[in-house]
Design a protein around this ligand. Sequence first.
Ligand code: GDD
Length: 363
Amino acid sequence: MAKKALITGVTGQDGSYLSEFLLDKGYEVYGMIRRSSVDYRERIAHLEGRENFHLRYGDLGDSMSLVAVIAQVRPDEIYNLAAQSHVQVSFDAPEFTADIDATGVLRVLEAVRNCGLADTCRIYQASTSELYGKVEEVPQNEDTPFHPYSPYAVAKQYGYWIVREYREAYNMFCCSGILFNHESERRGETFVTRKITLAASRIAQGKQDKLYLGNLSSLRDWGYAKDYVECMWLILQQDKPQDYVIASGVQHSVREFCELAFHYAGIELEFKGEGMDEKGIDKATGKVLVEVSPDFYRPTDVVNLFGDPSKAKRELGWNPQSTTFEELVKIMVDHDMAKVAVERAEEHIRLNLEEYLEKGVVK
Ligand code: GDD
């Protein structure tokens, strides 16, 4: 019989890639989605209707819905990817973030126990490098002390510890993947990488004048989300439940990401000035294309994330460099250049159509 996996957060970047990955492995995939009148299923639209892909309504904020879904599906594996995942947003919505990112994890664990699945159901918890926060060591591995530095990270730290607690107290097979930043052409548009690749594409095609960013010197360890979902699965296939750092092992600044993204969009950028006065200037035209805005600074910012994926390489046999930083940026820019080109073509057609309607050419 095919294994059954339940994915919370299935409509997100990681949920969509993980669904594809598990379907290819022959799993019966159940995605949990929230009830909403707004359509947010774009990333999984291509999977809907596939024989082994099913959607169920549920919410991490609502225990009863979790129990109902888990009792009905009786999954072999749960991937808890749902979260309020934006760090800056967590400063504006700290209570909601705590409810979903902290208590929500507890609700999943308890629902599994209440459904009598504690001995059979393996659980993957989407943990994060944000736990290292105001970093106490560089690079960070599984033994590096945590110093969470945002309401998001504090909530995620509870999630991490409650998973460990249930592992030790009830012998459950539950693990955290401590994932460093992982990006893709499906990344939400307010995270810095996608914000940059979209803006570079729009600026290159004359659809945007300028890009405003926050801390350009912030350092991140960026990998390709499509590669990282394999680790989520590998973590649950081990003999012993354990936590793993998943990272590329390479570090770059936001500024470097920006330079490379604009380069792939056909613009050579040069950064001049410092702090709030720093600007990204088009070398060819002298035009200022990137500026710094205080709106994108956080009350406390995590500025030096750099992961050591040695344990994942050794024990999971995973290659953290199967997509390099350069390849990742290129994949994202190529995607967004094409997306903007299509939008421009659609706009052109719409304008022509409006003109024809006005002139009575078409009725
Ligand atoms: N979003 C954003 N927007 N970030 C900016 C901007 C901007 O205009 N300008 C600079 N940054 C800096 C942020 O201050 C941060 O230091 C860095 O870029 C990355 O920000 P995000 O892309 O928003 O991601 P994140 O690192 O805060 O969090 C992501 O990665 C975590 C894993 O380390 C999220 O996906 C989290 O959910 C995840 O846990």
